[in-house]
Design a protein around this ligand. Structure first.
Ligand code: UT7
Length: 327
């Protein structure tokens, strides 16, 4: 183990959601669905959907709230990492746009984006941990921001009812609170994917595989893999931290489907209230789901300093991730 205070600590959290709330009943204006189907199959009742907001402003607002919660100012941040699957800018990075929106002038605040789909939150924590451990940064702003509702086909009821938009952010500094992590990846690109065309060139016409396909997912397959991998990864990461499952105060799982979370927690003989959820009011916000939930339960006073938390996610790839963190 690295020496004490040579790893990572959460200094502050923040989140930001679009202002427009869409209930299940409102969705039946667009596709043949019902509140009853969505509630029983997913646990979702409503979600926030981006409308007139600028996506980078939403990400920056979550970041500013995390900076405030850490008792810092934007100029204290010396690295910005964003996790994002898709937004209208392919380049520059979302992290670079967030830097501008926060008024951090630079040049000594590098920025970059990562993308490990819905499992990405812990992937990014691992990267932050590495930069802090090597002394390459002292205060990292890490923002997971997603607008998944712009990746789905709004005539496909199988996908469009599942998602919401939002951003969750953390300010991370040196500490000894990142106790263990586990990342996995298995190449299965057909279970969840979304494809955008690149520009045609005189040498590549864009025909064939280079076409636009809105988000596709094999729901049942993902459901099964999510439950199996979560049971495995949670046990592995807790044991890697030298702890028992019952030592963990809070379990924060990727909010994709309440039935997935219920199936996972049934396999652990633990008090149900240790598994936090907000999917009923947020939908699936991809990589942002865990940090938004984390920020909400911290602000609700449910987490105190010293509590042990497990984060666990899964997503397109197929990728999975888990971590044990002391708050
Ligand atoms: O974060 C990573 C990405 N998330 C996921 O990949 C989600 C993982 N999977 C799931 O959450 C679930 O598999 C779903 C919620 C996507 C689907 O639940 P399911 O219980 O696996 O339902 P299903 O796909 O087997 O569909 C059952 C029926 C079908 O009708 P038939 O063929 O039985 O007549 C669907 O056409 O439900 C129908 N259906 C709907 N009905 C009303 C599918 N979507 C809807 C809808 N409203 N929105």
């Amino acid at each position: 183990m690295p020496p004490k205070n040579d790893r990572m600590k959460i200094l502050g959290t923040g989140s930001a959601l679009p202002k427009h709330t869409v209930t299940n009943d409102m969705l039946s204006d667009y596709v043949e669905t019902s509140d009853e189907w969505i509630t029983t199959r997913t646990g979702i009742k409503s979600r926030q959907i981006i409308t007139t907001e600028r996506f980078e402003d939403l990400a920056a607002l979550a970041g500013q709230r995390a900076i405030d919660a850490a008792g810092l100012v934007p100029e204290d941040i010396d690295f910005i990492i964003c996790h994002n699957v898709c937004n209208v800018y392919v380049t520059p990075s979302l992290a670079s746009l967030v830097q501008g929106a926060l008024g951090i002038k630079g040049p000594n605040c590098p920025t970059m984006d990562i993308n490990s789909a819905c499992a990405g939150f812990v992937y990014g924590l691992d990267i932050c941990d590495a930069f802090l451990q090597t002394g390459r940064a002292s205060h990292i702003l890490y923002v997971c921001a997603e607008e998944v509702t712009r990746m789905v086909d709004w005539t496909q009821r199988e996908t469009c009812v599942l998602f919401g938009d939002g951003a969750g952010a953390l300010v991370l500094g040196k500490g000894d609170n990142y106790l263990a992590s586990k990342l996995t990846s298995t190449p299965m690109p057909d279970v969840i994917y979304y494809r955008l065309p690149c520009e045609p060139t005189p040498f590549e016409t864009g025909e064939g595989i280079d076409t636009h396909v809105s988000m596709q997912l094999k729901g049942r397959e993902v459901f099964r893999m999510a439950v199996t991998s979560a049971q495995r990864d949670i046990r592995d990461v807790v044991s890697k931290a030298g702890l028992q499952l019952e030592d963990i105060d809070h379990y924060l799982l990727h909010q994709a489907n309440l039935r997935i979370i219920d199936a996972i927690k049934q396999n652990f003989d633990l008090p149900q209230e240790r598994f936090h959820t907000n999917i009923h009011k947020r939908g699936n916000t991809s990589s942002a789901s865990i940090p938004i939930l984390l920020d909400e339960i911290i602000r609700e006073g449910k987490v105190k300093r010293g509590d042990l938390m497990v984060f666990n996610g899964f997503g397109a790839g197929f990728v999975t991730s888990a971590a044990v963190v002391r708050y």
